[in-house]
Design a protein around this ligand. Structure first.
Ligand SMILES: [Zn+2]
Ligand SMILES: [Zn+2]
Length: 233
């Protein structure tokens, strides 16, 4: 499974996941122009786009993506909140598996301050690899078996929230994943088959790439990558 990071963080998120036969876009939270540029103006190979929730940093280019004939799958709540009318926008249901090319995808509910946020469990029938995609949630209520790839938010470190105003802090605790919550998730899952962990959506002010990377490596003993938003800037 190949995971490509186009953008990550509160300014925008966009990832491409491919098993060699099917390519999926996860989130389209940057401008369509920037997506085109990142893909050398070739979006033909993208079979569909999955969106986790309606916040702009995950859905900015939704309308353009649909206009270009690419289907978007997202929860009914997110589809409604996006306010876009297009037959290629496909509302999907919690825990109902659907297929796109060689991928079988199961959406699951997450916890964020929006209409109906979803994470996605994506299994390739070609390679039998299994990826979980979890972002913008303060915890994940589920465990998964036999994961090979994990893409998970690691937004902030508790010790680095000093100076953050109370309102923002309150929101943060109920909407984004801390390093501790991320580690709890990783500890709760059997990681024996995991080949790669990609950490997403790091906060600019309340995180530290090096600390996060080391902490996750130490707990998991796995290959860990941080999706660096600077790749996109
Ligand atoms: Zn976000
Ligand atoms: Zn959000």
């Amino acid at each position: 499974m190949d995971i490509r990071i186009i953008a990550s963080g509160s300014r925008g998120n966009c990832y491409i996941v491919s098993d060699g036969r099917t390519s999926l876009m996860l989130e389209c939270g940057i401008s369509y122009k920037d997506i085109q540029k990142a893909l050398n103006f070739n979006l033909k190979g993208i079979s569909a786009c999955l969106i986790s929730h309606e916040h702009k940093d995950h859905s900015r280019a939704a309308e353009d993506i649909l206009k270009r004939g690419i289907q978007i799958y997202t929860s009914g709540g997110t589809a409604k909140a996006l306010g876009v009318e297009n037959y290629l926008l496909r509302p999907i249901e919690n825990k109902k598996v659907f297929s796109v090319g060689s991928f079988d995808i199961m959406p699951f509910d997450l916890r964020h301050d929006c209409a109906e946020p979803f994470g996605y469990l994506i299994k390739s029938s070609l390679t039998a690899e299994k990826l979980v995609f979890i972002t913008d949630t303060f915890y994940c209520p589920y465990k998964f078996k036999e994961l090979t790839h994990i893409m998970i938010e690691c937004n902030y470190i508790d010790d680095l929230t000093e100076g953050t105003n109370t309102e923002l802090l309150k929101r943060l605790y109920k909407s984004h994943m801390s390093l501790d919550a991320c580690l709890d998730f990783l500890k709760a899952n059997v990681l024996s088959k995991v080949k790669e962990i990609v950490l997403l959506h790091l906060s600019d002010e309340r995180s530290d790439e090096k600390m996060i990377l080391e902490a996750v490596q130490k707990v998991t003993g796995k290959y860990v990558r941080v999706a660096n938003s600077k790749e996109y800037d």
